[in-house]
Design a protein around this ligand. Structure first.
Ligand SMILES: Nc1ncnc2c1ncn2[C@@H]1O[C@H](COP(=O)(O)OP(=O)(O)OP(=O)(O)O)[C@@H](O)[C@H]1O
Length: 282
């Protein structure tokens, strides 16, 4: 069913500017079918802008984006039909039940009328919300809201699921819950997952490969282990003792984003993201 290694997303020389700000600046990136790919980078690195180009929500002014071979600039509807997208902004309506929220997405994404009720029920069950399906989303916890948004994106049975910071602001148990559901659906369907996260431990644990983005481009790419081992080897070559502990993905991140990270944001989970989260679940 799946073709591991085939191309799900390919960006070549992708660029997108807002006035003088070159948010994405020559991005080359391939996401392989059926992998979980983590796009990492400090605030302002251009991750969301790149994702919005891939989802056709922003135009592709320069370079090329292909999704399963479809050109995102020319064949937007074909691309949209293949995608599920969970944006950073809240996409669930607090005044509707979980089931009504997912049903709305089923209608928007043209799930055939005959199949809708069953598919909505399946999507809710897949994220562990079957029992809470008929409660108002406004009564859900932050983790449940995130899983509801996941169900909304899954109801159209996408081949590619794109998640922009799916676990931001959640407690560790809720974060694990979101990932367990993503992984279960992926294992069952072979769906490709492209995710941005500021949590290096999550990227390390759940992503097959990661790309570290900084100033609009990929600066390092590989499996988390490859990136950690690569930094370890560079440090040893520079004279670090063999007994030094293996670097973490966070060390790799700091090595690439360098002082810019500290100047701009102080920490991965900076104020902007936290505020956004407060708005999302508040
Ligand atoms: N609509 C917009 N108008 C003007 N500038 C924008 C807009 N969207 C993003 N930018 C700018 O483009 C750059 C990249 O932003 P983007 O949101 O893509 O980064 P990011 O890596 O997703 O950051 P974060 O981790 O904070 O979500 C930043 O300098 C940002 O201020």
């Amino acid at each position: 069913m799946t073709r591991d290694g085939a191309e799900a997303v390919a960006c070549t020389g992708l660029a997108h500017a807002f006035g003088e700000t070159r948010a994405v600046d020559g991005l080359d990136l391939t996401v392989r079918e059926s992998e979980v790919f983590g796009l990492l980078g400090p605030n302002g690195a251009g991750k969301t802008t790149a994702i919005r180009c891939m989802t056709t929500l922003l135009p592709v002014p320069a370079g090329m984006v292909r999704v399963f071979g479809h050109d995102a600039a020319r064949d937007r509807m074909a691309v949209r039909r293949l995608l599920g997208y969970v944006p950073q902004q809240l996409s669930a309506d607090a005044g509707l039940t979980g089931r009504e929220n997912v049903a709305l997405f089923a209608r928007v994404f043209d799930v055939p009328r005959r199949e809708r009720a069953e598919r909505v029920g399946q999507a809710l069950a897949a994220v562990g919300l079957a029992d809470a399906a008929d409660r108002l989303a406004g009564t859900y916890s932050g983790g449940m809201v995130r899983r509801l948004e996941l169900a909304q994106a899954l109801v159209s049975a996408p081949r590619l699921l794109i998640l922009d910071e799916p676990t931001i602001g959640l407690d560790p148990i809720a974060r694990t819950g979101v990932w367990e559901h993503i992984n279960a659906v992926r294992a069952a369907t072979g769906m490709t997952v492209l995710v941005t996260t500021h949590y290096m431990d999550e990227a390390d644990q759940y992503c097959d490969r990661v790309g570290l983005m900084h100033h609009g481009r990929i600066r390092a790419l590989g499996t988390p282990a490859e990136l950690r081992e690569g930094l370890g080897a560079r440090r040893r070559a520079a004279g670090a003792p063999d007994t030094d502990p293996l670097p973490t993905l966070e060390d790799v991140f700091r090595d690439i984003a360098g002082s810019g990270l500290d100047e701009q944001s102080g920490d991965f989970r900076d104020v902007r993201s936290t505020r956004r989260t407060a708005r999302r679940v508040g």
